[in-house]
Design a binder for this molecule. Structure first.
Ligand code: DC
Length: 230
């Protein structure tokens, strides 16, 4: 059997990681793993248990009882199960984003999820997106990409998505939320969001979605062809 390959895509929220990673997974026949969804599922479990996502001791006590599974539906989309219940839609709720950011700052949560993420990459060829994939989870990833865009551009994209879903949120509010989450994700002590030294930076601020997908796929193809030696 060929050794599995792994592509790590890190970056702030709203840079387009999941859409781009999903498209690249299809082009290269990789399994897409959205690690943010796993943190979101932990946040959902903690909230349902009536604990605060900022209470480290309470969250740590809950972890052994949290049963998370990842499956893929017929269309190849990742589904998250919590104690057997499909929570894939519930974890996207706006309030759960803040809670996910809070639980993701807890070292016990990161340790709990580390082996789960690594074992996926040992068993399959994956493209995994998150905040610390290239720096902590898969430091030996075949390809590492740091995907970013200006806060203003990321807010505009998110705001459009929200409007299409019928939400009436002000652009300024979306921008403030993005800036707060960026700050929290990159200033926490454990596994903060930062670019791995050997990651390639791709800034999608002035790229269309198609151009962003092509840029990421070109980078993956270059590494697969040359081992990154060009
Ligand atoms: O990518 P996302 O917005 O679904 O992630 C939800 C939260 O989880 C986000 O605030 C950062 C955190 N996260 C993390 O700390 N490490 C990861 N590998 C993925 C997500």
């Amino acid at each position: 059997m060929n050794h599995p390959i792994s592509v790590a895509i890190d970056g702030p929220s709203g840079a387009g990681k999941s859409t781009i990673a999903r498209a690249a997974a299809e082009r290269f026949g990789l399994i897409y793993v959205d690690t943010g969804a796993i943190y979101r599922t932990v946040a959902c479990a903690v909230h349902r248990a009536g604990a605060s996502c900022t209470d480290g001791a309470a969250v740590e006590a809950l972890l052994p009882g949290i049963r998370i599974e990842m499956t893929y539906d017929d269309a190849g989309a990742q589904r998250m199960l919590l104690g057997g219940e499909d929570v894939s839609d519930a974890i996207r709720a706006h309030e759960n984003s803040r809670r996910a950011s809070q639980v993701s700052a807890l070292p016990a949560v990161r340790a709990f999820l580390l082996e789960m993420q690594r074992s996926l990459a040992r068993e399959h060829s994956v493209i995994m997106d998150g905040r610390d994939i290239g720096t902590v989870v898969l430091p030996d990833a075949t390809v590492k990409i740091f995907l970013t865009a200006s806060p203003q551009r990321r807010a505009e994209r998110r705001w459009k998505e929200l409007r299409e879903k019928g939400a009436d949120t002000a652009l300024e509010q979306v921008l403030r939320d993005i800036e707060q989450r960026d700050y929290a994700d990159s200033h926490r002590e454990t596994a903060p969001l930062r670019q791995a030294e050997d990651a390639v930076l791709i800034d999608t601020s002035d790229l269309t979605l198609e151009q962003s997908i092509d840029a990421v796929c070109a980078e993956i193809a270059r590494h697969l062809r040359t081992g990154g030696a060009e």
